[in-house]
Design a protein around this ligand. Structure first.
Ligand code: DGT
Ligand code: CA
Ligand code: CA
Ligand code: ZN
Length: 579
């Protein structure tokens, strides 16, 4: 059965091949559908099984032609159209365009001039200095290519949690559906909600462990079996991801869950506490001599160690154990009560089809409403980002009329706020005049260019932008994209202090490969008293589902509900902004 991830990958490659050939419009259509499919909760195969082509066509952005291609993939696992494109230009576009700065057109040129087909070819050519002489390239772009390849290598082997989760959930549910399993839970970095994961660690309680392991090592998608024991299995999936499964006994469940959730540093610290108390802690339980005194539940273990329960997202041995001890002893400096996964009432960064989003304001509002939100801020890009069709003064005023109309329709149920993702220009001034910003409900600003300024210049630029009295939120403050682009050089300590001084909110962008702010900066915000917003950065209705990764990031940064402005009802949220 073909996964959504695989379908999306093929559609994305098609988009890249078509873009290479400079076909108009179509590439964007394929890319949008790929995004949508990646975000679907239901598998495309299941959707197809349910209602055939018709049902596929109900997926946003899917017309008959793409629907038929998905059908062919589901039925045969192959796609002739894609194979023809691949034959014509036999290059690994997907891998090559992962190199920051390389688009499909450059890839085609590199193939035609230097026969570059793969990352390896690319690296060799760049090292030999062959790329700098090509028209449209230069010494600088050759350097950047080598940098980009280095970056890909360093992040190699890890997977972005938010993009991998549909697969994780699928495996989890397959195991849950087995008659033999009583309980199935994913531990490790997945349970700690890290940004990226090295592998999937699954625990199960089962009546007949052997049968569960047998199923596990032979399920579809497995390309290699590392281990197959009576209570333990380890496999590699065809996307390169490793999965470990352990079947444990009920009375050890809490201890195993605690052990395999980690982190390793957290475990080591817990074990030391156990030893000091004269106990022994391992994945089977907490023992005094031979007698098990805890281990069926995690709560029981923490309690027996004299600690308050610690949420998985905090288990990094970065002070949470000391805080849990103080908490249990009723002393100040205890654990924060973390923001919850259902606490958000609004989303303050949403793009629509006025720029590079794929749905209308009303469609985005209705999906947000279905997700249980009460408000969104429409934050389309501004004119400097011409490739997104960014808004100028005239168009943003027209957009307000549409927002007013949607608000009339949804009155009493939902509120659409007038906002912007206003571009921060090179000198820290903004892409819209103050007189427009003054009329918006919320003003978001963001850096989208000049990533290479010096540390000092970049810091001054952003400080200037957020010192504007109309600016409420700094979106994706460091610009990093996980596994693609490092944060720009910027003094975050200085930005956080400036945010404090000016009352600016910093965003946790929930998009799975942004998660910008990093947890350590979120935690710094909490210490300094800077508020954060958790936004989806949605460009399609499905993206609201990503909010949970932003919440996870906030929890990993020790944020509580009151620290996150969009946990508040709309009027209360607006009242704490600048003005
Ligand atoms: P990952 O997979 O790299 O994203 O990170 P984790 O934390 O999932 O690490 P993994 O899969 O190697 O191991 C899962 C958990 O098992 C880990 O969080 C803690 C526990 N663990 C693994 N090795 C050790 C160890 O040598 N000592 C202790 N105390 N715990 C360990
Ligand atoms: Ca792991
Ligand atoms: Ca593991
Ligand atoms: Zn942006």
């Amino acid at each position: 059965m073909i996964s959504n991830e695989e379908v999306a990958k093929i559609l994305r490659s098609i988009s890249e091949y078509l873009e290479m050939e400079e076909v108009a419009f179509k590439p964007r259509a394929y890319e949008k559908v790929a995004d949508v499919i990646e975000g679907l909760e239901e598998g495309v195969s299941d959707i197809y099984k349910r209602g055939g082509l018709k049902e596929l066509e109900d997926i946003p952005g899917v017309g008959i032609s793409i629907a038929e291609k998905i059908e062919e993939l589901i039925k045969t696992g192959r796609l002739k159209y894609y194979e023809t494109l691949k034959k014509k230009t036999p290059v690994d576009v997907h891998a090559l365009t992962k190199v920051e700065g390389l688009g499909p057109k450059q890839v085609l040129k590199l193939y035609k001039k230097l026969k570059i087909k793969s990352l390896k070819d690319l690296e060799k050519a760049a090292q030999k200095g062959k790329i700098r002489d090509l028209e449209g390239f230069g010494r600088k772009s050759e350097e950047n290519i080598l940098k980009g390849i280095g970056f890909l290598k360093r992040s190699g082997g890890r997977f972005v949690l938010g993009f991998t989760e549909p697969l994780i959930k699928e495996i989890e549910s397959r195991l849950r559906d087995l008659r033999a399993t009583e309980k199935v839970v994913v531990a490790g970095s997945v349970r700690r909600r890290k940004e990226t994961i090295g592998d999937i660690d699954i625990l199960a309680i089962a009546k007949n462990p052997k049968s569960v392991i047998d199923y596990f090592v032979s399920m579809s998608g497995v390309v290699r079996v590392y281990a197959k024991g009576n209570t333990k299995g380890a496999v590699k999936l065809k996307n390169g991801l490793d999965v470990d499964l352990r079947v444990v006994q009920k009375r050890s469940y809490g201890a195993a869950l605690n052990y395999f959730t980690g982190s390793k540093d957290h475990n080591v610290a817990l074990r030391e506490i156990a030893i000091k108390k004269g106990y022994k802690l391992n994945e089977y339980g907490l023992f005094r001599g031979k007698k098990q005194i805890a281990g069926e539940t995690e709560e029981g273990i923490y309690k027996a160690l004299g600690l308050d329960y610690i949420e998985p997202e905090m288990r990094e041995n970065l002070g949470e154990i000391e805080a849990a001890l103080r908490q249990a002893q009723g002393k100040p400096g205890g654990l924060p009560k973390l923001v919850g996964y259902k606490d958000l009432k609004g989303d303050l960064q949403v793009q629509t089809n006025w720029t590079d989003g794929n749905a209308s304001i009303e469609a985005m509002a209705r999906v947000a409403m279905d997700k249980g939100l009460k408000y969104i801020a429409v934050t389309d890009h501004t004119k400097r980002l011409a490739m997104t069709n960014g808004l100028d003064e005239k168009r943003i005023k027209r957009q307000w009329k549409e927002i007013d109309a949607v608000n009339r329709k949804l009155r009493g149920k939902f509120k659409v706020l007038k906002s912007t993702e206003c571009d921060i220009l090179k000198d820290g001034s903004l892409d819209l005049p103050d007189k427009i910003l003054a009329k918006l409900d919320v003003v978001g600003v963001a850096v989208h260019s000049h990533f290479n300024l010096s540390y000092g210049e970049q810091t001054e630029r952003i400080k200037r932008a957020i010192s504007n009295p109309y600016v409420d939120i700094l979106f994706h403050p460091t610009g990093r994209i996980i596994q693609r682009r490092d944060a720009y050089e910027v003094d975050m300590e200085e930005i956080i202090k400036t945010a404090k001084r000016t009352g600016t909110v910093l965003e946790i962008d929930a998009y799975p490969d942004r998660l910008d702010l990093k947890a350590e900066y979120v935690r710094r915000c909490m210490e300094v008293g800077v508020k954060v917003a958790i936004d989806s950065d949605a460009h399609a209705p499905q993206h609201f589902g990503y909010l949970e990764y932003g919440i996870a990031q906030a929890r990993r940064g020790w944020a509580s509900k009151k620290d996150v402005i969009n946990t508040r009802p709309v009027n209360e949220m607006l009242s704490i902004l600048k003005k």
